[in-house]
Design a protein around this ligand. Structure first.
Ligand SMILES: Cc1cc2nc3c(=O)[nH]c(=O)nc-3n(C[C@H](O)[C@H](O)[C@H](O)COP(=O)(O)OP(=O)(O)OC[C@H]3O[C@@H](n4cnc5c(N)ncnc54)[C@H](O)[C@@H]3O)c2cc1C
Length: 712
């Protein structure tokens, strides 16, 4: 029976309410799209300005750009703000104002549409409200599917990555449950006075079909909650798809044909995403689509990607695909599967290399599922020849790349903060800025074109901070970081205004930081007085940089990584009851340390005391003594001497403040790591933006914040 034309008491007909909802949703997507287009134009304009030699390209000058910058500053400050509730041993953080307002706005629109024009106290309106709520409920289905796909139309328009839209997908589903409950509740409350609910459920097939659909929705919302979703992700995805299929089926038979368009659109969106994913996966994984690489002998056989698995310290696996068939932009991730190790699983990992390396590299921390199997495989096969049956090289499949981020080259100053594997996200971005500096220094200038992104980088000042637990983690990227610093020093001879500062904070390996300090004072003393922003001769050869793992053969590497694993279980024999604060009873330095005045100053660590004074060395707990290198490995620095290595935790706020104080245009702060670090940095940026009254007449420039925490 058609109901859409029903108009209650001079109110618009039912079929108009879904259109009104989509007018509101479409307007929101439209505004976000305009902002995205503006950001793209701004990026091009800034890079063109730097190529034209204009000073301060990231600083808004005209009234239009100035008022935009003020508007953005106010919006960012408000939307990143969240209330923090400190308790005895931790801080609870409520969702940010930005996220909360988006969800509330959706809810308000839905509630207004459902109740508009009705007297909620009038019992004779209950059935009418129930019908209206039904129409409003079904109109939300396309939005939920629009926000779910990996090849996401909303993401494309608004410049947002699929994993960042996932929380909105979940909240829209919760709003759907709310309106579906109102729909059901108003019918039931209309029937209840006559004891008619049971009869309706028995005789009216529409009613029990609707009830099954509602129960399915309750299950979907419940099973998608964070802790439940994480128990067994693969099972979650499978049951999620089946539950949605059942929900859609029951909604279809519960609703009149005139609203089935709101069911066919989600079905179409689902298959659109799947087809695009399948095509992308085929292109990336079948070698016949890459004849050039086959001709060059870089690929053989049917499958395009072979990966090498190497075990590293801290239960981490390095996975490397040589000559990858697809390209990516720094900061993007791909879904990787290796069915011969873990069948039927696919996990997202950030690409830790840049396309210019000619390889796709991932650093994968072993959790309890598929990633643990990757690590075990890497350990078992470490050092075995490639020809062996149990070689560490395996055929893998990749899907992607996914993820998008405003290009960081366009900002005047950039601060990177990463914790442990978070560096897989920040290091490629740092290297991309270096690439931009190389393009600035290059004499061959590219002709500008509408279809070509301008080359070069606006960025002048880059601050890179990485928090690691021990030497083992630092070794993951020690060579890359050292190479970045050497290249930067070479570039300084041509580009006098650029500045790069790198600091590594080591939290659980005090002996290593002490050793590094001693080595610096003995070996690298001549370099240390040189201000890094002054043009210098390249430092090559001044100090031998090394990666212990890379210099060892396969078996030694395995032994080395085993040693690292036993290292972290070391306990203080002097005081066995001392409260250990690191994983596996290790003692970690929780003291926050300030920025060094010069790279050779390493602040002392007070193990296991937050913000406490430095401890007496004689009473200091032993920490990870086995990380001290053997005699023949001494006198070698692990990273470039001008990369500061400090013991303890950083103070993100003072690091960011310093960078902002010298900025000549808009700055970017990028953080990737544990949820606590990400939340703290978000809070610090809001406080600093407020403190400095960004774009409110003080001359303080805008701050763009990007956070990444490797989770949906
Ligand atoms: C965009 C993105 C980029 C990432 N990049 C990296 C990286 O560079 N290095 C790294 O070590 N880790 C990265 N991760 C995290 C990594 O994907 C998970 O740790 C990994 O999937 C866990 O697999 P598991 O089976 O061992 O996990 P389990 O031990 O089964 O679960 C651990 C956690 O991982 C989540 N998880 C499991 N499978 C998936 C999946 N297929 N998709 C999303 N989440 C999943 C679970 O919900 C759970 O919370 C990234 C995650 C995302 C979303």
């Amino acid at each position: 029976m058609a109901m859409g034309g029903m108009s209650m008491g001079g109110l618009p007909p039912l079929k108009d309410f879904p259109k009104m909802y989509w007018a509101a949703v479409g307007s929101a997507i439209g505004v976000a799209t305009l902002v995205n287009i503006f950001n793209h134009a701004l990026h091009r304009q800034r890079l063109s300005a730097v190529q034209a030699g204009q000073p301060k390209p990231a600083k808004p000058k005209s009234l239009f750009f100035l008022s935009n910058a003020t508007l953005f500053a106010i919006t960012r400050e408000a939307s990143n703000f969240s209330i923090r509730i400190p308790t005895k041993d931790r801080i609870f953080r409520l969702p940010t104002v930005g996220r909360t307002s988006l969800v509330l706005a959706n809810m308000i629109v839905l509630i207004v549409l459902i109740f508009y024009g009705f007297d909620v106290n009038d019992r004779w309106s209950r059935e009418d409200i129930g019908y209206r709520a039904g129409f409003v409920t079904i109109s939300q289905l396309p939005l939920i599917f629009l926000l779910a796909g990996k090849n996401n139309i909303v993401g494309l328009l608004t410049g947002t990555s699929h994993e960042r839209l996932n929380w909105l997908h979940r909240w829209c589903a919760r709003c759907l449950l709310l309106t579906a409950t109102i729909h059901m509740g108003y019918f039931f409350s209309d029937w209840a006075p006559y004891n008619y609910i049971g009869t309706q459920l028995k005789v009216n097939t529409l009613v029990w079909k609707g009830l099954v659909a509602w129960a399915m929705l309750v299950w979907i919302v419940f099973s998608s909650m964070t802790p439940i979703r994480g128990w067994c992700y693969e099972l979650f995805v499978l049951q999620h798809l089946v539950s949605f299929a059942v929900l859609i089926g029951f909604v279809y038979i519960h609703t009149p044909a005139e609203v089935h368009i709101y069911i066919w659109i989600p079905v179409g969106l689902f298959f659109f995403d799947r087809v695009i994913r399948a095509l992308r996966a085929l292109y990336a994984n079948v070698s016949f689509f890459h004849p050039q690489q086959r001709q060059n002998g870089q690929m053989s056989g049917f499958w395009a990607c072979k990966a090498e698995f190497t075990p590293l310290a801290h239960d981490t696996t390095r996975i490397v695909i040589q000559n990858p068939p697809i390209s990516w932009t720094p900061g993007q991730h791909v879904f990787l599967s290796c069915h011969s190790i873990v069948p039927l699983q696919s996990h997202p990992f950030t690409v830790a290399s840049i396309p210019q390396d000619g390889k796709m590299e991932f650093l994968v921390k072993a959790e309890t599922g598929g990633t643990r199997h990757f690590f075990r495989h890497a350990e078992k096969t470490n050092g075995l020849p490639a020809s062996s049956n149990k070689s560490c090289t395996k055929t893998v499949a990749i899907e992607g790349p996914y993820g998008c981020l405003r290009p960081l080259r366009q900002f005047d100053s950039v601060v990177f903060l990463a914790g442990s594997t978070g560096a897989t996200f920040t290091i490629p971005l740092l290297r991309d800025i270096l690439q931009g500096w190389k393009e600035n220094a290059s004499t061959s200038k590219q002709l500008s074109s509408l279809f070509r992104t301008p080359v070069g980088a606006v960025a002048r000042h880059v601050r890179f901070v990485w928090v690691v637990k021990s030497r083992g983690q630092l070794e993951w990227f020690s060579e890359q970081l050292s190479a970045v610093f050497s290249e930067y020093q070479n570039l300084q001879t041509q580009l006098r205004n650029i500045k790069l500062e790198i600091t590594v904070y080591v939290t659980c390996d005090e002996s290593f930081t002490e050793e590094h300090k001693t080595l610096l004072s003995t070996i690298a003393a001549p370099n240390l007085g040189t201000a890094p922003n002054r043009p210098q001769e390249p430092q090559h050869g001044a100090v031998e940089l090394r990666s212990r793992l890379s210099s060892l053969n396969g078996k030694e590497k395995a032994a080395e990584s085993k040693e690292k694993i036993t290292e972290v279980t070391f306990m203080d024999p002097i005081s066995p009851n001392r409260t250990a604060c690191g994983a596996d009873q290790t003692c970690c330095c929780k003291a926050t340390v300030s920025e060094p005045a010069s790279p050779d100053i390493i602040s002392p660590c007070c193990c296991c005391k937050v913000d406490g004074p430095s401890s007496n060395p004689s009473t200091r707990p032993l920490s990870l003594t086995s990380s001290t290198p053997s005699a023949n490995q001494k006198q070698k620095l692990i990273v470039h001497p001008q990369i500061s290595v400090m013991c303890g935790r950083p103070r993100p706020k003072s690091i960011i403040r310093k960078s902002l104080e010298q900025a000549l245009g808009e700055s970017a702060v990028v953080v990737c790591g544990p949820q606590g670090l990400v939340a703290d940095v978000k809070h610090d940026v809001v406080v600093l933006s407020d403190e400095r009254a960004v774009h409110k007449g003080t001359g303080a420039q805008g701050i763009f914040l990007h956070t990444e925490s490797f989770a949906y």
